[in-house]
Design a protein around this ligand. Sequence first.
Ligand SMILES: [Ca+2]
Ligand SMILES: [Ca+2]
Length: 232
Amino acid sequence: MSGLDRREFVKKAGIGAAGAGALWVAPSVLGIDAAFAGASCLQQDTLNWNNFTAGNTPPATLQTFPAVGSYPAVTLSYTIATVGTPGAGTNNNTVQAGPQGNINSNYYRMSMTASAAGQGRTLTYTWTRNIYNLRFTIVDIDRITGTQNWQDVVWLSVTPTIISQGPRVSGAGTAANPWSGNGTTNVGPNSSDGNVSLSIAGPITTLTINYRSGNPFGTEQFVGIENLTWCR
Ligand SMILES: [Ca+2]
Ligand SMILES: [Ca+2]
């Protein structure tokens, strides 16, 4: 469908441009990836890291999304805890400027310098009411072997649906089968090879992202969390 045809179709379908941000639109209508757009989303919210200052630690209460029509307000907060005794790493628990994972926008960074396997960070997001169809991308899950010898390991508290997974990442994102870097060299900021894009149908009010070192000796390592999008 051409752009003009699409606009005409949208018009005939009664999908107002002014409300496009708040209305669910059939994914096939606007050419959005169907799995990413989800089945039913009358009110979609996005936690956009570009709204935070790069270099800063974000506030524990990240953002309140106001009531819209019959959808009550929802507030997203987070906590981050340290597991074991890793070093601070570089810019742990901060918003950083992209690109990372070949995505040219701000992202949230967890970092450490591990001295033992299993050290890491535990990041927990909490919403004040049920949310559905959560989608986001984790970037730079990678590994170096040799002198530096570090490996990123990540799993979620809820089994995700994987939308896409880079070739340098193994696993399924669960405690039994975590994602981990499978390469031998660093995945750079302009590569998506260490990315995982996922969705969680929900409903959920909390999600924990476990980040660990997979190797007993490592230098500084990190992963990033891109924008979070969900439906109320
Ligand atoms: Ca990494
Ligand atoms: Ca990397």
